[in-house]
Design a protein around this ligand. Sequence first.
Ligand SMILES: [Zn+2]
Length: 141
Amino acid sequence: MAAEPSSNRCGSCGVEVAGRPERCPSCHRRFVTSTQVRVSGVLLSVIGAALSVGMAYLLVVVAQAMRPSGSAARGAFTGTPRDATLIFAILGGVLALGVTSLVTGVWQVTVGRRSLLLSALVLVLGLVVAALAILFLPQGQ
Ligand SMILES: [Zn+2]
């Protein structure tokens, strides 16, 4: 994994290119160096790890609040089972998004390339979570 200083490696297809062209001459995608891919990979990993830990924690907290046998002291859940399912679906979706972001980030840092599949997966999960939240969360009426 020795990085050449004079030439850049395409972060999409891995081909080595002199300088920094607008588009990769090999795969014709917007040229992003493997260094840039690694930097964004670090960002993705950090965000993904934070999301995963945060959501895992929230899931535990919510699960405990919903436990019916608990003394109904603090944070007792008052919603319907449907609400509970939705909350778990959204939290679980964000958790999946976090884990996928983390995996994608670690992949980008180690390989120095983008994974089209993983990026698409992150995008799809993000859209699903956003759609779930938009469709079901503001049901106050
Ligand atoms: Zn390329």
